[in-house]
Design a protein around this ligand. Structure first.
Ligand code: UDP
Ligand code: MG
Length: 324
């Protein structure tokens, strides 16, 4: 099924209010895809746009059998749009890309080539984000640093949603049912044979990124929360640290000052002793939070309900039943 050189290629494009960039994108996509020689489909997921996007794509669907449109009933966000598009795609390879010109269409043949060479997941790495503010640059550096520190499933810095997955990966992807989803995180989690392609991100061609700072921060937080549970343990560790130190100090004070009557003349005031006691108790509270987080992290893992494992393929001379 997969890795046929002449397989169907699906391109999945989620979009929200992109009327200005759509015609250029579509023209370019059609040029590049028709030159490949593979059959192809372009699936536009119209994510509740309020501009002309829907009408523009509708017109194409009437005349071009390569084009499909899935119009969502309201704006659900890019991650939901991607999920809808991937579910509807029929291709042996599925390419997902942004509609604003930031994911270069001319790189598609390289994605296809990597797939034909045997990769099941091809990941676009953005080399240089021109025209991006300091907030995004520093923010994304910090995000990768922290994330890779906390997660046992590393992210390659600069890896984007500009990706290709094969039919096998799509089938596995569609079995993941969690609600707060970060598509690239899920694809990373799935594994499979990967290859990376570096490209230069261009400035957005029209309009402004609809991902505001607030949305970006929530995307980063979501990635953390859905992909790692380490941060919630940190406070527990902090509690252990604080309590142990203040316990030692408290014991020293009791022995030196209260029992031996201050031979080293530390002269701790009552207030200072009270301070040590309070810090000790704060540490205990933090530790009990840490214990709670152990339980929460189990609930968290369980509630994501991910499969225990994902099979790529099974091979045997005898009988192995291979589902789907
Ligand atoms: N997008 C979407 N729904 C949204 C927001 C964005 O489908 O609610 C699409 C948007 O049209 C674009 C892609 O997701 O094709 C990336 O969005 P954007 O350029 O705003 O964000 P960036 O990731 O470039 O900051
Ligand atoms: Mg963009």
């Amino acid at each position: 099924m997969s890795h046929q050189g002449d397989g169907l290629i699906s391109v999945v494009v989620p979009l929200y209010n992109e009327a200005a960039s759509l015609p250029g994108l579509h023209k370019h996509l059609t040029e590049v895809l028709s030159s490949l020689g593979n059959p192809y489909e372009i699936i536009y997921i119209e994510d509740g746009s309020t501009d002309e996007s829907n009408a523009i794509i509708s017109a194409w669907t009437a005349t071009d059998s390569h084009v499909r449109m899935i119009a969502l009933s309201r704006n659900f966000g890019k991650e939901a749009g991607l999920a809808a598009g991937i579910a509807q795609s029929k291709g042996d390879a599925v390419i997902m890309m942004d509609s604003d010109g930031q994911h270069p269409v001319e790189m598609i043949p390289e994605f296809i080539k990597a797939w034909k060479d045997g990769a099941q997941v091809v990941i676009g790495i953005s080399a240089d984000k021109k025209g991006e503010g300091a907030f995004k640059k520093v923010g994304s550096k910090l995000f990768y640093k922290l994330f890779n520190r906390f997660s046992d499933q590393p992210l390659v810095p600069g890896s984007t949603d500009f990706r290709l997955i094969d039919a096998e990966v799509r089938a596995a992807f569609l079995k993941l049912e969690e609600k707060d989803r970060i598509t690239r995180g899920l694809i990373d989690w799935l594994g499979f044979k990967r290859s990376y392609i570096t490209y230069v991100t261009r400035e957005r061609q029209h309009g402004t990124a609809t991902y505001s700072r607030r949305k970006l921060i929530s995307l980063a937080t979501n990635s953390f929360v859905t992909l790692t549970s380490t941060p919630i343990f940190l406070f527990g560790y902090l509690g252990v640290f604080i309590s142990s130190l203040s316990f030692l100090l408290g014991t020293a004070i009791i022995i030196e000052q209260l029992i031996l009557e201050d031979p080293l003349s530390w002269n701790f005031t009552g207030t200072a002793m009270l301070g040590v006691l309070i810090i000790f108790l704060v540490g205990i509270v933090l530790m009990s939070q840490g214990i709670l987080s152990l339980y929460i992290s189990h609930i968290h893992t369980q509630s994501k309900n991910r499969p225990l494992y994902v099979i790529n393929h099974a091979k045997s001379a005898g009988v192995i039943s291979h589902e789907s």
